[in-house]
Each structure stands twice: as structure tokens, then as C-alpha cells.
Ligand binder design. Sequence first.
Ligand code: ZN
Length: 265
Amino acid sequence: MDDLSLGAVEWAIRHSMTAEQCVRIERLARATAASQALEALIGEKVVDLTASRRCPHCGAVGVVKHGLDDNGQQRFRCRPPLGCGRTFNALTRTPLARMRKPEIWLAYAEALGERRSLDWIHAHLGIARLTAWRWRHRLLAPLTLQPAPMLSGIVEADEAYFLRSFKGHRGWKNGAPPENRPPRYRGSGAVKRGLSSEQVPVVTALDRVGGLVEVVLEERRDEEIITAPIQSWLKRPPASIAPSNLSSRPPNRKPAACPGAVPAF
Ligand SMILES: [Zn+2]
């Protein structure tokens, strides 16, 4: 589209479109941009595959182009006898393989990042709740297999307490309760006042580039050893950790930066 036509579209959007039409245009523009970004990503993957010629199924080197699949995507074939003989495309063995509606994948990923509910995704992206739920598991499954992230630079740590839950424990019914206390209703508070063994401490540590680690502790710990459980996620010694509740920090402790520390992701 040339600049003159684009100007006419912009003028129409500003001066003669209703709010509903603007929303339609916004959705169309988002979907189109997402499709084009996705095509670029797939194009990069095709270039990589063409260069490496490595089969994602068996790892053999020597795959060849094998026409287009039903969606118009480049297909490859792993040539026997050295290879497995199977065909694949750029998305094979990725979470996106065989997923439909590619035009809303990126919008879905955004919604996932914003922790939107399935109801919200259903209403705004127009996919069924079950589909949204399946996609979420598909996209998040690989993350659970990845090693824990490393924290670097200035790391802030704090602990929070959650009530220990034995919801559904059969001991409540057969007279052997898991804790020495009566069962409680959802949303009700602890039996004992203040911090006690009824609460589970959870340490949350984050650095300045978005790295986040959460660790569940066995028991209450004081501030000095709050950092111990997250040592394995740190690139530097504990001097780089700053408790985020600064008011309770001893005056001689200062958060120390790690010059030159590089984020792991
Ligand atoms: Zn193969």
C-alpha cells in the first residue's frame, strides 16, 4: 500500500468509523501482524533446517526439501538408509506442531504472559476454553523441562508465609488429623496467632533483569539464612543478595552489585 492509500485509511479510522468498526480493525491488524511475524519465524526455521539438514526425529544429517504440506509450509524428508525416512516441517517437534489457528498464536502467548484467565481468552480471542487450556499445557510443558534460571547482578529476596494445607486429607475423617488442630474452612485464618508451624515459608528472589526463583522452605528461618536455599541459582556469592524488606535489614548490610554479571537468559 502506498502512503496516499495508507493516509486515506488512517483518515477513515479517525473520522468516519464507529467504535465497533475500530475494534474490528484493531483485531484485524493484530491478527495480520501476528501472522506475518509467525511467517518470518517459520521462514527463519526453514533457513536453519536447510543449512543444518538435521532431522528433528532421528538427528541424522542429510534431510532434503520435499514439497509443500497442506498448509503451504515447506516440507522436508529425512533420506534413508542413513535417515529415518520421515517427513516433517519447520514446526515439527516444537510445541506449535499441528496447532491450528496460527493467526492467534502470538496474541495467545501475550495473554498467557499476562496470566489471563481461560474465560478472558475465550471472550477476547474467540477460541474455546478447552482449546485455550490445551494450548496452555502444550506451551508450558517444555518450560518445566528446562534447568532453573540463574540470578545475577543485584538480587532481592523476601519470604512470604502461606497456611499449610491438608485439604482432602483422609486423616480428618478417620480420626488421625495431619496436624494437631481442627479442620478449617477455605479462607479462614490460622488457629495460632503470629507465625507458627501452621505457615509454610516461601522465599522469592528476583534480580533486576526479571529472573525469578521461588523456594519452599521446610521451616521458619531468620533473615540471615533466608538466602541459603537460593544459593544454587546465584552466579555470585551471597553478598549480592539484598533482602527486599529493607527496613528490617541490619544497617551494616548493603546490597552489592556484581559488576560484569551477565543474565543467563
Ligand atoms: Zn530422520
